[in-house]
Ligand binder design. Structure first.
Ligand code: SME
Length: 240
């Protein structure tokens, strides 16, 4: 990640750990983003309230869009989808709410708690195609950190939460193996009782879980069987 983003993340983490006051923290974050990234020309938070997005702290030109319905504009679309939306050229969008005529591109990153959208960060730029993969990963880390401030609302969101369970899903193949194939990185730093540390990547876990699955298969264990695995908290435990 770009060193500017890395430094910003560090600063944002220290702001977040300094206070539980959501408005104060979000205000400090918009200030920081607005000041430090030259092409972030409008930076603001929207918070979910009564099934709509309500404008929170922001920097940049004033906007008439203080309340946005779900599905409406880029912000409403990102809230409905629950994932980051990048628009390279807002002039090409039909479902777009103009904040200012100078705006050319936009990124909206939802903040989620337990899978439920609780708000979002919206950034406009006067430069066309201003937002790339670096901005996306950076801002997704920011919202991940910010989401902690929303957790006291947990019971309310928990009541609304509905788990979307796909018909066919295998955590080992669909998450760990995919990660190993597409974006292999350190998955675990294991420290044993003597203080020695060991690094495990996603591909190490892929290998471990394949070994475990092959062993079970050799013993004729098939899908649907009930298996109890008893191991201490060692990496092989996660592997199985
Ligand atoms: N452009 C946004 C509206 C918010 S303003 O840009 C601040 C949208 O289309 O949802």
């Amino acid at each position: 990640m770009d060193s500017v983003f890395e430094q910003l993340l560090e600063d944002i983490h220290s702001i977040i750990s300094s206070s539980y006051d959501r408005d104060y923290v979000c205000d400090a974050i918009v200030q920081l983003l607005y000041d430090r990234i030259p092409y972030y020309d409008w930076v603001g938070f929207y918070f979910m309230k009564d099934e709509a997005l309500v404008l929170g702290p922001y920097r940049g030109r004033s906007t008439e869009h203080v309340r946005i319905d779900i599905g409406q504009g880029i912000c409403g679309q990102a809230a409905a989808k629950g994932y980051t939306v990048i628009v390279d050229d807002v002039n090409m969008e039909d479902n777009y709410l103009a904040c200012s005529l100078q705006t050319q591109s936009e990124i909206v990153v939802p903040i989620k708690v337990s899978g439920v959208v609780v708000g979002e960060i919206d950034i406009d730029s006067d430069t066309p195609k201003a937002f790339g993969i670096q901005d996306k990963s950076f801002l997704e880390e920011v919202v991940q950190a910010v989401s902690r401030l929303f957790r006291h609302d947990y019971p309310e969101y928990f009541a609304k939460f509905k788990l979307d369970v796909p018909e066919y899903f295998n955590f080992a193949c669909d998450v760990v193996d995919r990660r190993a194939d597409e974006n292999d990185k350190q998955a675990m730093l294991f420290v044993d009782r003597d203080g020695n540390d060991f690094s495990y990547s996603f591909s190490d876990f892929k290998r471990l879980s394949n070994k475990a699955a092959n062993l079970l298969r050799k013993h004729h264990v098939r899908k649907g069987a009930n298996v109890f695995i008893m191991l201490p908290r060692i990496p092989q435990w996660w592997g199985t």
